[in-house]
Design a protein around this ligand. Structure first.
Ligand code: PGA
Length: 246
C-alpha cells in the first residue's frame, strides 16, 4: 500500500525569515505517521534541508531540468536539487505548464532525469474548467498520465490537481475526486514497470484545514499537495492530523 504523503508547495514564497516555519512543520513529521514534505523555492532548499536535518521532514524542489548539467542559464539539474538536500521534486505543475509552456513530453523527460538522480518525482495532472465542462476530464488525465509517467518501478508520486481548483477555493465533489483517482490507479497499472499500488496518489487544489478530512475520506486518495495552506503551519498541521486520522 502507498505511504500517505502531505506535501506543501510553497511556490514562489519564502526567504530566510520563513525558516522557523520549516522547523515548526518538521515537528509534524513522525516515524509512524504520514510522510511530510515541504517544497520551498530553490534558493531556500539547502537552508530548509539544514533546518530539517535530524527530523523526518522531507524537502523537495518545484521543477528540474532534463539535463545533468550544461549551458542552460537559470535552470536547475535534478542532481543539484539532490545535492542541496531535496529528495522529491514537483513536476508538470499546471503553473509550469501555463507559465513556461511545459508539455507532457517535457514532463516525462524531467521525471526520468529526477529518477536518475534519485529524486522522487511528483507528477501533476489535471483538467481545466473547460475540459471538465466538456466531459473530457478522464480523457485529459489519461493522456497526461500515459505521456508523462516514466515506464519504470522507480519511486513516483502522482498528484491530481484540477486546474480550476488551484488557488480558487473551489474543490471537486468527493465523487468527482473518487472517479479520477480510481481511474488513475487503473491507468498507472498499464504503464510498464509502475507498481501502481505503491504510488501515492495525491489530490491538490484548495485543500485546507476545514476540507482535508473530507478529501482524505475519498477512496484512493493517499494525501494532498497543498499550496496556500502549507504556508501557515497551524493549517498545515491540521491537514497532517487529518491525514494521520484517515
Ligand atoms: P492551493 O495550490 O492549495 O493553493 O490551491 C495547490 C497547488 O498548486 O499545488
Amino acid at each position: 500500500m502507498a505511504r500517505k504523503l502531505a506535501a506543501g508547495n510553497w511556490k514562489m514564497n519564502g526567504t530566510v525569515i520563513n525558516l522557523p516555519q520549516i522547523a515548526e512543520i518538521a515537528g509534524l513529521a513522525v516515524e509512524d505517521g504520514p510522510e511530510v514534505l515541504i517544497c520551498p523555492p530553490a534558493p531556500m532548499i539547502s537552508r530548509a534541508a539544514d533546518a530539517a536535518r535530524g527530523t523526518q521532514l522531507a524537502i523537495g524542489g518545484q521543477d528540474c531540468h532534463v539535463a545533468e548539467k550544461g549551458a542552460h542559464t537559470g535552470d536547475i539539474a535534478a542532481e543539484m536539487l539532490r545535492d542541496a538536500g531535496a529528495t522529491y521534486v514537483i513536476l508538470g505543475h499546471s503553473e509550469r505548464r501555463t507559465d513556461h509552456g511545459e508539455t507532457s513530453a517535457l514532463v516525462l523527460a524531467k521525471a526520468q532525469a529526477a529518477q536518475r538522480a534519485g529524486l522522487t518525482p511528483i507528477v501533476c495532472v489535471g483538467e481545466t474548467f473547460e475540459e471538465r465542462q466538456a466531459g473530457l476530464t478522464l480523457e485529459v488525465v489519461r493522456i497526461q498520465l500515459a505521456s508523462s509517467i516514466p515506464a519504470t518501478d522507480a519511486p513516483l508520486v502522482v498528484a491530481y490537481e484540477p486546474v480550476w481548483a488551484i488557488g480558487t477555493g473551489l474543490v471537486p465533489t468527493s465523487e468527482q475526486i473518487a472517479e479520477v483517482h480510481a481511474d488513475m490507479r487503473a491507468r498507472l497499472a498499464l504503464i510498464d514497470g509502475v507498481k501502481t499500488a505503491d504510488v501515492p496518489l495525491l489530490y491538490g487544489g484548495s485543500v485546507n484545514a476545514e476540507n482535508a478530512a473530507t478529501v482524505f475520506a475519498v477512496p484512493e486518495v493517499d494525501g494532498a499537495l497543498v499550496g496556500g495552506a502549507s504556508l501557515k503551519p497551524a493549517d498545515f498541521a491540521a491537514i497532517v492530523a487529518a491525514l494521520s486520522a484517515s
